[in-house]
Each structure stands twice: as structure tokens, then as C-alpha cells.
Design a protein around this ligand. Sequence first.
Ligand code: ZN
Length: 190
Amino acid sequence: MIREIVEIGNPALRQIAKSVPEDEIPSKRIQKLVDDLIDTMRYANGAGLAATQIAVPLRVCVVEVKGNPRYPYKPDIPLTVLINPIITFLTDKRITVYEGCLSVPNLRGQVERCPEIKVEGLDRNGESVSFVSKGISAGTFQHELDHLDGLIYTDLIKDPSTLCTLKEFARNYEMKFKEEVISIVEEYGS
Ligand code: ZN
């Protein structure tokens, strides 16, 4: 079911989401939440969606990138469901990237992200998942996990003058950013 995505200003986005008890993962409530997150993310052409974005304060998020029209330069990420995820930074390096968010319509802005992370958590079957994510994709996972801690990418923007509408992004910054993405992908493989 496609759910309403709440937008910046909605207190639901500022809640610290609660862990899902492991024995509740098979429940209809959690399985439906996962299905709804996937449906809503795909419907909105998002690269990811966190439960707090549909006003459910639980530590569940989904990520998927497959020829995304909102982010045509993003490397693909297979559908990933994460329950109670944690991220460990594997390097002190940072990359500067433009991000957008379904909860912040029509805006992009520059944030710094760690380009090498380890993601751990549970999948929708309650099985442990653990993988390393790099480059642009690593930023996508950090963005979604931030939502579970009540953070929005706009909180991380060091230079507010980088905030721009989609129209101005396309007009002024997209071409240069695409080149930067290509070099990040070359360096990190994703
Ligand atoms: Zn977001």
C-alpha cells in the first residue's frame, strides 16, 4: 500500500525510532510495514525510504536504486530491507555530495558523507545482514539511517548556499556533480 510521505516540519521526522523486537519481525504489522515502505519508495521514485518518513517510529528502512529518474547518476543498489540497522565508518575520508529527500520536496543540497561504511542489521526474515558499502551508495545508506535518528540531510548542510531547487540544480550544478559522481564511482566502485 502506498502511504503518505510526511514532509519536513512534521514532528514524526524528528522522532528517534525504536528498535523492532526480533520476535516481532515475522508479524503482519512489520511485514506490512516493509511492503508499504517498498511500495511507497518505488511509487515516489525514491532511492530509499525510512519508516519515520511514513510516520512510523520504528527502525526499519528500505533502499533500492535501479535507473532512478530522480537521481540518474546514482549507481544501482539492489532492494535492501534493513531492520535495526547500524553503520560503522571504515575511513576518516569524506566525500561531498548533493542529496535530496522525498520529505524535503524540490530541494537539493551538499552534505559530507563517509565513503566506506559497514552496514549491519536484520532483513525482513530476521536474518543477519552485514555488508560494506562504498562511494555514492554509502551516502544513500547514511541518509536513510539518519532518518531513524530523527535527522534530515538539511541538518548536515554546512554551507546553506548550496541549497537549490531541482530546476536550479539541473540548470547550474548537475553537470559538474555528475562528473564528480563519475570520479567517486571510479575510486570506490559504487
Ligand atoms: Zn530522506
